[in-house]
Structures are given as structure tokens and as C-alpha cells.
Design a protein around this ligand. Structure first.
Ligand SMILES: Cc1cc2nc3c(=O)[nH]c(=O)nc-3n(C[C@H](O)[C@H](O)[C@H](O)COP(=O)(O)OP(=O)(O)OC[C@H]3O[C@@H](n4cnc5c(N)ncnc54)[C@H](O)[C@@H]3O)c2cc1C
Length: 393
């Protein structure tokens, strides 16, 4: 008898679980609340611009993003390094002189190599040590830490205070030191779009909300019930908590991303990220995605993306003023397109994920409830949940 598997949530974790059943004799049903798959990895296409819903990047060092995927997505990368603000002035910290990312790659015996070793070997003092505490303890150049590493990590963890546990920081840094931050040619949405093509065997239900699940059933808000042989739940923590009240409370990290356009000949853009670690920073980081992938803006135009981190979220007017000042542009040259505010972008990573094993009350779990919140971990967790289902059947 062919077994039927229900997957709740059509983000990367749910799609990756579906993909794992591709070559096996199972019937897979995927239930997604939105009218599109991909969850938090999503783009909108407005007047020829590609707007990722929240600034995010794909690292080509992610083990789950194989070369086949990378080629299909036509990735292009940001430059390693960044523009950083030191004493109110922007300075480019490029590859290779004092670029911290290159330090980790350098052979030992050099200054860079020694720093790399220090970094890798510096023991985390306890499982609860935070990134902030760890960085303060490393005895590295203070300016470099304050103006580069901290704003960079705030942009990754989407939190001001860097309370994420140091263990996670070291893990994330290993991806950044091994690879590059990339954008797909068609926007971040290309990733779920491509995955969707790979799971053509799965019956996908879009625009349906799952309101109840048991080990063997899924109930939609319409009242329709599906009886199945196993259920994988791949939901963000706030939605998982709506189904299971015993999931512990988590703090959501929120962010906003504003998009502006400017004529290409007015802005001499490069492929570096701009990091503002100053106390009065209006946004944490900004960049010109159309400089990475031309397809992000129509001919003759550039797209600017600026990310602020809660609770200090400025108005879009303030962001426009700020960008004009930093980039030495007239305000009127910048045209606002859209703001995205994402209230649950990532869960706080102060504590490890709340569920330790993939099986929970007879259900199988994927996504940030069992793994770290990232593209790589979402894909890995979907695979792991599918494997556990196959073993259990
Ligand atoms: C602004 C931002 C920046 C980020 N930056 C990066 C980055 O640079 N690099 C990186 O690796 N990661 C980044 N991430 C994290 C990464 O995008 C996520 O960790 C990953 O996409 C989560 O995938 P998921 O499938 O676990 O969850 P989701 O993508 O949230 O998917 C869950 C799906 O479940 C659906 N759903 C919810 N409730 C129901 C229900 N009741 N019934 C049916 N369906 C339901 C949702 O609509 C959604 O499609 C970022 C995230 C954000 C928001």
C-alpha cells in the first residue's frame, strides 16, 4: 500500500522534506497558507525591480546548497569586506589587506593566520555565553570589532544586543569564512521557485491553513480533514505554538527593509555591504543589490536596500535622508519603492532550538523548532524529518 505523508508549511524546510520523498514510493501532500511557496524566502517584482522581502543572502558555502543548485540559481556574490564607519567617516575594508574574512583563510605563521587560529581555538566559556560576551573577551582590535564584526553580526542575527549564543556565532562565521554571500539572478525567490519545480510529484495545496494536526491527520480551516500515515510540521515557532501550546515562548527578532531607486549615473556603486556600527546609526546596513545582480533593477537604474533592526526602526523618510547623506546624493534623486517589516524574521538564538529531536508527540518536526534559523538549516531539517518518517514507517 502506498503511504501518504502530509507536510504542513511550504517554506524551505517543508519543500526540502517533500524533495526527500521524490524518488520513493510515497504520496506527499504539502499544505501552505500563502498563495506561494518559499515562506520567508520571497521576492516581489515591482516595475522591473526585484525586491527581496527582507534583505537576505545565500552563502555558497552552505553544505545543503550544492553546485547544481548554485548553477541553477546563477548566483553572484558580494565582495568580501565592507564599507565601515569609523569616527563618522566611511572606510572601505577590502580584500585582502585587513579583511577579516580573509584572515580566517590565511595560512598560519602570518598575522592573519594567527588571528584565525585565535578565533577558531578560543574556547566558548559556557553554553550560555553570548556573542557579545565572546567578542568582548577575544582581545581583538576594539575598533574592528565595534565597527565591523558587531554590525555585521547584528545584520545576520537581526538583533541589537548580540545575545545569540557564542556557539552559534562560531558556526555562522565558519560559513562566512569558507564562502561568499550571494544573490540569485532572479532574486531570493528563485530558490523556492527552483525547489518547487523539483517536487512536481508532490500534491501542493496553496492558500490553505492547517488548524489542527495529530499523528495521522491534518485539519484545514475549512474543516476538511486528511487522514495520512505520517505528518511533518515545518512551521515557524509562533505558528507552531498556535498548534501546540506547550512549545515555550520565544522572542522574535524583527527587521525592516526599505527599497529606493536611483539613476545609475548618479551613484557610483560597488559590490560591498555598508555597515554602520555608530551609536546614532539610522540603519544597520545597506547595499546596492542591482550591483550584484543587474536584473534587480531596470536598465539605467540602481536598487538600494537598507536594513534596520528592531527596536530602532526609523521611518522610510528618515532612511531616505540618511542614505542621501551617506552616499552624497540629493534626496530628490532617491525614489522610495517599498518597505517590508517582518515581525518574526528569526527567533532569538540565545537558547538552542526548543525541540531536541525530530519526533514530537508522534509528529515529525522540521524548521526552526529543531534547528537554527537559516536557509541551510531549514533545508537540512526538512531532509532529517523525512528520513525519520521513512525509518518509522
Ligand atoms: C529578513 C530575513 C533575513 C534573513 N536572512 C537570512 C540570510 O541571509 N541567510 C540565511 O541563511 N537565512 C536568512 N534568513 C532565515 C531564513 O530565511 C529562514 O530561516 C528560512 O527561510 C526558514 O524556512 P522555514 O521553512 O523553516 O520557515 P518559513 O520560511 O517561515 O516557512 C513556513 C511556511 O509555513 C507556512 N504556514 C504558517 N502557518 C501555516 C499553517 N497554519 N498552515 C499552513 N501553512 C502555514 C508559512 O506561510 C510559510 O510558508 C532570513 C530571514 C528573514 C525573514
Amino acid at each position: 500500500m502506498v503511504k501518504t505523508i502530509a507536510i504542513v508549511g511550504g517554506g524551505l524546510a517543508g519543500m526540502s522534506a517533500a524533495l526527500a520523498f521524490n524518488h520513493r514510493k510515497y504520496k506527499t501532500l504539502l499544505f501552505e497558507k500563502n498563495d506561494h511557496l518559499g515562506g520567508r524566502v520571497h521576492s516581489e517584482y515591482i516595475n522591473g525591480y526585484t525586491l527581496d522581502v527582507g534583505f537576505q543572502v545565500l552563502l555558497n558555502s552552505y553544505p545543503e546548497i550544492s553546485l547544481k543548485w548554485q548553477r541553477a540559481l546563477k548566483l553572484r556574490s558580494y565582495e568580501a569586506g565592507a564599507h565601515v564607519k569609523i569616527d563618522g567617516q566611511w572606510r572601505l575594508v577590502p580584500n585582502p589587506l585587513i579583511n577579516p574574512f580573509c584572515m580566517f583563510k590565511a595560512p598560519s605563521g602570518t598575522l592573519k593566520g594567527s588571528l584565525s587560529l585565535l578565533w577558531n581555538r578560543q574556547k566558548i566559556s559556557s553554553p550560555t555565553e553570548t556573542t557579545e560576551e565572546y567578542l568582548n573577551r577575544l582581545n581583538l582590535d576594539e575598533q574592528w570589532v565595534e565597527q565591523f564584526i558587531k554590525p555585521f553580526m547584528r545584520g545576520v542575527f537581526l538583533e541589537k544586543g548580540l545575545e545569540t549564543r557564542a556557539e552559534r556565532f562560531v558556526e555562522v562565521m565558519s560559513y562566512f569564512t569558507k564562502g561568499n554571500a550571494c544573490l540569485p539572478r532572479g532574486g531570493m525567490q528563485e530558490l523556492p521557485r527552483w525547489l518547487e519545480k523539483q517536487i512536481s510529484h508532490t500534491k501542493v495545496y496553496k492558500g490553505v491553513e492547517v488548524v489542527d494536526c495529530t499523528e495521522r491527520s491534518v485539519v484545514l480551516s475549512s474543516g476538511k480533514k486528511f487522514t495520512v500515515d505520517a505528518v511533518i510540521i515545518a512551521l515557524p515557532l509562533p505558528q507552531l505554538k498556535m498548534l501546540f501550546s506547550d512549545i515555550p515562548d520565544i522572542h522574535s527578532c524583527s527587521t525592516s527593509c526599505d527599497y529606493f531607486t536611483v539613476e545609475r549615473n548618479r551613484l557610483k556603486a560597488d559590490r560591498y555591504l555598508w555597515l554602520d556600527g555608530s551609536d546614532d546609526a539610522v540603519v544597520n546596513n545597506f547595499s546596492v543589490p542591482s550591483r550584484i545582480q543587474r536584473s534587480y533593477a531596470p536598465r539605467g537604474m540602481h536598487l538600494l536596500s537598507a536594513t534596520a533592526i528592531a527596536p530602532n526602526v526609523p521611518s522610510s523618510i528618515e532612511v531616505r535622508e540618511y542614505l542621501a547623506e551617506q552616499l552624497d546624493l540629493k534626496k530628490s534623486w532617491l525614489t522610495f519603492i517599498k518597505r517590508y517589516h517582518i515581525s518574526h524574521a528569526l527567533p532569538s538564538q540565545k537558547d538552542p532550538p526548543p525541540i531536541e529531536i525530530v519526533s514530537y508527540n508522534g509528529l515529525f518536526i522540521a524548521g526552526e523548532a529543531v534547528s537554527s534559523p537559516s536557509i541551510n538549516d531549514a533545508v537540512a531539517s526538512g531532509k532529517a524529518a523525512a528520513k525519520a518518517v521513512i525509518e518509522s514507517l
